[in-house]
Design a protein around this ligand. Structure first.
Ligand code: ADP
Ligand code: MG
Length: 473
């Protein structure tokens, strides 16, 4: 695909991205070797390898899209071009980062301490060489027990107990793991099963290809003739009208045949913006289960299992230390463990508390994003489907006071903003208004306040958790 590098667009894009990420992070991830360009309706990011693609996609997608819109004045989608398709080795082989150090972009500004390649292995693309994950390796706790049980039931009943199964959760909480586990177990139980296991992105691209090349008939017979379908990341279908219609037909055909369908999404189907009502309703026709962030005991159990799987003896106290400090996702826990083991091997040191602190620092440095007041505002507006100006208005309508209070609370929690600054931002309100908003939200959290504010959410805590996931904190 030809990328237009015309008229300094790249320079302006780079400036806009740098402005959003800060010089340090920009220098680390968008230095030499990473290109930005506009091609048709896409912002195309040229990266040296898949590792970079995963990392940039996972951490900076929204910053990039925002920057591109600011520069071009229109919304663009994000695409990647990988210069070297060779996969970095992660997982089984201990590697602190991309294997080819020379391909990393040069760090253009001094950083202290010296930047390291991120320790956590990125989510692998689907053409991976490792075997799919297993349901048996999925560690359960209160956060995911129901989802795991539903997955097992889906395998045993082949969809006759309920159909479809929809698993939803934020990133790194085990959706893909469960889906892979189901696929593997279905295959083991029914050798020769015509199972299609893909992402919604693959479905979309195959469909568009089939339209373009006039091969819709074979596309349809392939998908509609499947005996089981597992589709990951269905939120990718949002706003893609033609693909959604096509998928609806696929879905209906399979359900009519009694073929099991398993879907994963980053939100409750009702909350996936710009998914047709018809499709959302179909998704709710079977079982919808959520994966929550793991509690302390589950985090410990996961770390223990992962350390054992790698054949490394990590003292309990160290596992506890990591489990106590990293709460956001399982992927983050894996990242810290990976970093811990890598450091131990590279330095030849024993695994002790000092090493654990380093591992945590590595993981935190690369996962935690500096959150700005406007990030929170944008996310809150997106979830509640309100305009930023409305949040700043004097209106005391419930539809606005709730999101406003939640935004104030989250800004206090995740940014360094002072009460007075937050008040000023939200239409020149007094700092005491912000203090009382924060108190109110804390009260709701304490009382496990239920809410009917948004379909798909039971409690205020659920709403806040979703917002925090969207913020990537
Ligand atoms: P998602 O698809 O929700 O973003 P993944 O399924 O890719 O998340 O999970 C991220 C990582 O965490 C994977 O390596 C996965 O194996 C691991 N993981 C998630 N949940 C569990 C669990 N309950 N037990 C063991 N490993 C888990
Ligand atoms: Mg996934």
């Amino acid at each position: 695909m030809a990328v237009a590098h015309q008229g300094g667009t790249e320079t302006r894009l780079r400036e806009a991205v740098a402005e959003r990420l800060g010089e340090a992070r920009f220098g680390l991830w968008f230095g030499e070797g990473v290109q930005l360009g506009v091609s048709g309706d896409a912002l195309e990011v040229g990266v040296p390898n898949a590792f970079f693609r995963e990392w940039i996609q996972g951490h900076f997608a929204s910053n990039l899209i925002e920057a591109a819109e600011a520069v071009t004045g229109r919304p663009l989608r994000l695409t990647f071009r990988v210069f070297d398709e060779a996969e970095p080795k992660v997982g089984g082989v201990i590697e602190p980062g991309p294997p080819d150090e020379r391909r990393r972009p040069t760090v253009t500004i001094p950083m202290s301490p010296a930047p390291r390649p991120p320790a956590s292995p990125p989510e692998r693309p689907r053409n991976q060489s490792r075997p799919p994950r297993r349901l048996d390796d999925f560690v359960t706790g209160p956060c995911n027990r129901l989802a795991h049980a539903a997955a097992v039931e889906m395998v045993q009943s082949s969809g006759s107990a309920f159909n479809p199964l929809v698993v939803h959760a934020g990133v790194g909480l085990g959706k893909t793991h469960l889906l892979e586990g189901i696929g593997r177990a279905l295959r083991a139980r029914h050798p020769g099963l015509r199972l299609i296991q893909a992402t919604a992105e693959v479905f979309t691209n195959s469909f568009l290809d089939a339209m373009r090349t006039g091969t819709l008939a074979s596309f349809r017979s392939r998908y509609r003739g499947a005996e089981a379908l597992i589709l990951d990341d269905v939120h990718f279908l949002a706003a893609k009208r033609a693909t959604q219609d096509e998928f609806l037909h696929t879905f209906n055909a399979l359900i009519a045949d009694g073929a099991p369908i398993v879907l994963a999404a980053d939100q409750h189907p009702k909350r996936i913006a710009r998914l047709t009502d018809e499709l959302a309703t179909r998704f709710l026709g079977g079982m919808v289960v959520k994966l929550d962030t793991p509690d302390l005991a589950t985090r410990r159990a996961i770390l223990k299992a992962k350390a054992a799987a790698r054949g490394v003896d990590v003292p309990e106290a160290i596992l506890d230390y990591i489990a106590e400090h990293l709460r956001a996702s399982v992927r983050e826990l894996e990242g810290a463990l990976h970093s811990l083991i890598a450091h131990a091997l590279l330095t030849g040191k024993r695994i002790d508390m000092a090493l654990a602190r380093t591992a945590l620092r590595d993981t935190i440095r690369h996962t935690a994003q500096a959150v700005a007041l406007r990030d929170v505002e944008r996310i809150v507006c997106q979830l509640f489907e309100v305009e930023p100006d409305a949040l700043k208005s004097v209106s005391r309508a419930r539809a606005l006071t709730y999101p406003r209070m939640l935004a104030m609370y989250l800004i206090r929690k995740h940014t360094g903003a002072a009460y007075s600054e937050i008040g000023r931002h939200f239409g020149g309100r007094n700092h005491s208004t912000v203090i009382s908003a924060e108190k109110k939200v804390l009260g709701w959290l304490r009382d496990e306040q239920r809410t009917s504010l948004l379909p798909g959410f039971e409690t205020i805590a659920d709403v806040l958790a979703a917002l925090e996931r969207m913020l990537g904190v």
